[in-house]
Design a protein around this ligand. Structure first.
Ligand SMILES: Cc1cc2nc3c(=O)[nH]c(=O)nc-3n(C[C@H](O)[C@H](O)[C@H](O)COP(=O)(O)OP(=O)(O)OC[C@H]3O[C@@H](n4cnc5c(N)ncnc54)[C@H](O)[C@@H]3O)c2cc1C
Length: 501
């Protein structure tokens, strides 16, 4: 792993330029080696290391919050037996995969893409990247953006009144200080999402004097066994690859099933979850702190393996307060109710700042366009824009399920271009397209805050993004690349100036 190596600053021309070397970018590059061996490609990564999310986030206890078998690549078995996986093991898995598929040597680190311009005359993208040595330009026939969905520079920062008055450290989980020592400290974690729910038991286990989760409003918490016993059984009787496929299939059905049942029968799911939670902390605590006002799976559900979060509460190492911050004080936080929470450290698990397509400025023949002005074709390409794809995973299931479908779809588009001798693949807008809802269906704060940044959706296929794996499996299948909307065309040579007739 060339972490810390100096940026490779050669100008490149490749068939496919992938931007981002996180889970999606590495997966995309592996698919290119498997499915488009005739195409040259390179990966540009702004940081000095790969792994993306799983390298950036270093807070105690960091782990996946969806089952790791659907979160891992379909083409490389995950061999661990736990339901969820630690951040470190996911990072290692991404890096091992990159090495195994010969992708590592195609990653160019320390190159942050800031602009990409399409020229119809040459049917090429010119990509500008910032490096420590200044700007560098690359060209590519096809651009595939795998930059995730949030800003690496800043998290979502809430401007709490009196912030400066607090006498201890205020930490955002995205920028966890290596030297922070929780032992003996009274810690308040502000937030109620997956990060808060992971941090609370982890900080308690690391010897914090007490951890208080301060939430403005409750979230759904789903305790699940930390081990996948059916998966273990399958692994015992099947070879590794077959077991991986079978466990993934089982978990996809389970995850999609839970989401669909939650959407259709919210009352029953709400009751079931309340009963499950009450077994750990009693129905009074559930009523007060774990009864959200929204429906199950209207926001991402927090999975807690073996109820570790509830166990920390039950043994008195942690507690939950549902209230709002009036102001930070020298000694902690004054709440709207008047109560004061004393703290030696405050963790603001207030979320991410959404960034679509890595903050890159796009132009087409000199005219700037932004992703939010364009209709999203199959949740992967932009209406009217040639040879550009963006990789976005699921918000209601494992990210990788959709990310890999998108990469296979891009590979199928490239293969079709080779077959037909086309220089461009462009989703052609039809005149009757109507505006639908933005592509992410969650009511979570971070999705709602960023609605205006997301690409536009139509109301009918292929201009809608359904957060449903089975729907997408069909929609994005290689057999449906030639769907009458995606137009494959040769290089359009501009007629030279005609003198006379
Ligand atoms: C704490 C946390 C836990 C999560 N847990 C889960 C989970 O359990 N299950 C799940 O499905 N999802 C989870 N997610 C969502 C997670 O981000 C995705 O699952 C997945 O890791 C995204 O991979 P990615 O490669 O698309 O994006 P990222 O991991 O964000 O990687 C993007 C890469 O692109 C690079 N990049 C960005 N902009 C540029 C640019 N302009 N130029 C060059 N390079 C650029 C970045 O440096 C980074 O390396 C979690 C997210 C967070 C923050």
């Amino acid at each position: 792993m060339p972490t810390g190596e100096k940026a490779d600053v050669k100008s490149l021309h490749v068939d496919v330029l992938v931007v981002g070397a996180g889970l999606s970018g590495v997966g995309a590059a592996c698919r290119l080696t498997q499915l488009n061996p005739d195409r040259s490609f390179a990966v540009l990564e702004s940081r000095d290391s790969s792994g993306g999310t799983w390298d950036l986030f270093r807070y105690p206890g960091i782990r996946s919050d969806s089952d790791v078998h659907t979160f891992s690549y379909p083409f490389r078995p995950w061999t661990g037996t736990d339901l969820l996986a630690s951040g470190e093991s996911i990072r290692d898995y991404i890096r091992d995969t990159a090495r195994e598929f010969g992708v590592e040597e195609r990653i160019h680190y320390g190159q942050r893409v800031i602009a990409a311009g399409w020229s119809s005359g040459t049917a090429r993208w010119t990509v500008k990247a910032e490096t420590v040595d200044g700007l560098i330009e690359h060209t590519a026939s096809f651009l595939y953006i795998c930059t995730g969905y949030f800003s690496y520079d800043t998290g979502h920062v809430v401007d709490f009144p009196g912030r400066a008055a607090f006498d201890g450290p205020i930490i955002h989980p995205q920028f966890w200080p290596e030297k922070f020592e929780p032992r003996g400290k009274r810690i308040v974690v502000i937030g109620s999402g997956a990060t808060a729910v992971t941090l609370v038991p982890a900080l308690a286990d690391e010897g914090a004097a007490h951890v208080t989760m301060l939430q403005r409003s409750p979230s759904y918490v789903l305790p699940r066994s930390g081990k996948d016993s059916i998966g273990d059984g399958l692994r015992r009787v099947l070879p590794a690859r077959a077991a991986h496929r079978a466990i993934r299939a089982k978990n996809v059905v389970q995850n999609v099933g839970l989401y669909e049942v939650s959407q259709r029968f919210p009352g029953a799911v709400r009751k079931g979850l309340a009963r499950l939670n009450a077994k750990f902390v009693g129905s009074e605590v559930v009523r007060e702190h774990f009864t959200p006002t929204y429906g199950p799976w209207d926001q991402r559900m927090c999975i807690v393996p073996d109820g570790d979060f509830f166990t920390a509460i039950r043994r008195g190492a942690a507690s939950v307060v549902t209230d709002t911050v009036q102001e930070f004080t020298r000694n902690g936080i004054r709440l709207t109710s008047g109560e004061e929470l004393e703290a030696d450290a405050i963790i603001t698990a207030t979320g991410l700042r959404i960034e679509v397509a890595g903050g890159i400025t796009f132009t087409m023949d000199g005219t700037t366009f932004a992703p939010n002005e364009r209709y999203f074709y199959k949740g992967a390409m932009f209406g009217g824009v040639p040879n550009l794809a963006v990789c976005l995973g699921y918000t209601n299931n494992s990210w990788t399920l959709r990310a890999d479908l998108t990469s296979r779809f891009v590979s199928a588009v490239l293969a079709r271009m080779t077959q037909t001798g086309a220089a461009t693949a462009t989703p052609r807008l039809d005149e009757t397209i109507e505006d639908g809802e933005p592509p992410f269906e969650l009511s979570s704060g971070y999705v709602q805050r960023s609605r205006h940044l997301l690409p536009k959706q139509g109301t009918t296929k292929p201009w809608t993004v359904k957060q449903n794996y089975f729907h997408d499996l069909r929609l994005m299948s290689a057999r449906r690349v030639d769907d009458g909307t995606l137009e494959f065309a040769p290089l359009r040579v501009r007629p030279s100036v005609v003198v006379g007739h």
